[in-house]
Design a protein around this ligand. Structure first.
Ligand SMILES: [Zn+2]
Length: 531
């Protein structure tokens, strides 16, 4: 059976960029666009030319991408001609393959927000589509508030969509702008629209205000729509947009969709999806959502011992898709509840084959349990677990030794009369026969310690240049009689790998030091640094 083409439209750089706290530079935008292009996205909506200098410069030149680079903007303003509207002029001048106009499709908004008549709004849609077509652009119309508008005045909402389609717009996109529409409503309304406009010209743009943006996108596809708009990791204002990182694997791996539709994302590109998702988090300087479907660290994690032994025999028993398909990996949690089978499976995954009756296995299990009892969390800290296992099995080289460190926090009045606090760390290291002393200042004591530790590792320095701290989490625990601090540090390197290490102590600096050391040693092991 021949499959139908379903198109993916990414608006991370436009709608996603409207998220609170998100500020893409031009370099960020170009990097994300390249990533989306490699993934196989059909349309990349890169911004709103004329609205800000970054978007204007993005569209100042032709970008060498396979995807259709799309510029976003408003239809001509009411009461003006297309030749006398600076906003529209900027949009038409943009170096873009496609133009996505946004227009009101709810009569209430036409009256209250636009302060014009229904007829003038239709004329504005018609004139704008015509002007963009005349410039040789592919045209899309985002029908803002379409579902709310349809519920209030179906004939008018449809007339807005139909006007654009009749004028030659390639796509009419139905937007759930306020994000409150439910899947059964989307399915019904899109079905009605598709009786007037062929479904292969209809798109869906869903927001996640009832946490159903992904479900709403699929509801629209079931009803006939053939373009899905969304963002990486569901980035977007309020509760976000439809998450393409969840939509893509569902389209590729679930038989109902995979058997019916082709998308631009290849199996190979799908295998890099987790990396793409994490790369966006890195650019945003955010910690990855470990519970994200398909790509989260916990998406294929199993805890209880009985499940783990079944998973080792037959992964399908507890997994809805193969983790490798989306670039993720199976994870068997090593925790105080874990049995030997969890431990064996985890050791196997990190490349140790050890007999299930080996005495060292029992020793490792006891060690994990003892350490977890005082606050270590190995199921969150995969890299610290791996080092613990490697150490017990005698496979971690002795790279270097920290002979002593000293961290100093000073609060003083600076030359401007302001109260400032300055942290400084001094670390004395021994690498082979070489003695090294590093001093660094940081914005806090842990930052200073981290900088000093990584400043000069002598002959190992070249192995850790790509090492970067991406997240730092502190928790106070009540273990036994005294409160202790647990520090989890997430690190990444130039290859895009992420790992987490843990430290526990009654002293936060000491706990941080342990986690930092584990991260550095893990990186050296991972990079194959010689002893
Ligand atoms: Zn939106």
């Amino acid at each position: 059976m021949s499959r139908e083409r379903l198109y993916l439209f990414d608006t991370t750089l436009r709608d996603g960029a409207q998220t609170n706290g998100v500020d893409f530079t031009l370099a960020d935008k170009l990097a994300i666009a390249r990533m989306l292009d490699e993934l196989g996205i059909d349309y990349i909506e890169a911004g709103y030319p004329g609205a800000n200098p970054i978007d204007t410069s993005f569209f100042a030149e032709k970008r060498p991408l396979q995807a259709r680079v799309t510029a976003f903007g408003m239809t001509r303003r009411p009461g003006r001609s297309t030749s006398n509207d600076p906003g529209l002029a900027a949009l038409l001048a943009a170096e873009a393959d496609a133009i996505c106009f946004v227009a009101k499709s709810w009569d209430y908004h036409v009256r209250v927000a636009l302060e014009t008549t229904n007829e003038e709004n239709l004329a504005s849609i018609r004139d704008s589509v015509r002007a963009a077509k005349a410039k040789g652009r592919e045209v899309l119309l985002d029908c803002e508030h379409f579902f709310d508008g349809y519920k209030a005045n179906p004939a008018y909402a449809l007339a807005c969509a139909k006007t654009a389609y009749d004028e030659g717009a390639r796509w009419v996109v139905l937007c759930d702008t306020n994000g409150g529409t439910l899947p059964h409503e989307v399915e019904k309304i899109v079905g009605e629209v598709c009786k007037q406009i062929p479904g292969d010209h209809v798109g869906i743009h869903a927001h996640n205000d009832t946490e159903q943006a992904v479900a709403n996108s699929f509801a629209a596809v079931r009803a006939g729509a053939r373009q899905i708009q969304g963002t990486l990791n569901g980035l977007g204002e309020r509760c976000g947009n439809a998450n393409l990182v969840s939509i893509i694997p569902t389209l590729k791996l679930k038989a109902d969709y995979a058997g019916k539709f082709d998308i631009g994302v290849s199996d190979e590109a799908l295998g890099h999806l987790a990396r793409v998702s994490h790369a966006l988090d890195d650019i945003l300087n955010r910690a990855a959502d470990r519970h994200a479907p398909y790509v989260g660290e916990s998406a294929f994690a199993t805890k209880a011992g009985i499940h783990a032994s079944a998973i080792m025999k037959e992964p399908k028993t507890y997994e809805h898709v193969a983790p490798e398909a989306v670039g993720n990996k199976r994870k068997l949690l090593v925790s105080d509840q874990s049995g030997r089978s969890n431990l064996l499976a985890e050791l196997d995954r990190i490349g140790f084959s050890i007999d299930k009756d080996d005495v060292r296995l029992g020793r490792l299990l006891d060690e994990v349990k003892e350490r977890e009892a005082v606050g270590y969390a190995y199921e969150a800290a995969d890299a610290s677990f791996e080092l613990l296992a490697r150490r017990l099995l005698g496979k971690v080289p002795h790279y270097f030794e920290v002979e002593k460190f000293d961290v100093n926090v000073e609060q003083r009045i600076n030359a401007k009369g302001e109260r400032v606090s300055v942290s400084q760390a001094v670390v004395k290291l021994k690498v082979g026969d070489e003695e090294l002393i590093s001093v660094a200042e940081g914005n806090g004591p842990v930052n200073a310690l981290d900088l000093a530790l990584r400043k000069d590792l002598g002959k190992y320095q070249s192995y850790i240049t790509g090492l970067e701290l991406t997240d730092y989490r502190v928790r106070i625990l009540n273990a036994g009689t005294e409160a202790v601090t647990r520090v989890l540090i997430e690190s990444a390197d130039e290859s895009g790998d992420h790992w987490t290490t843990v430290g526990v102590s009654s002293n936060i600096i000491d706990a941080s030091f342990q986690a930092l050391m584990d991260s550095i040693v893990y990186k050296l092991v991972k990079s194959g640094a010689p002893a």
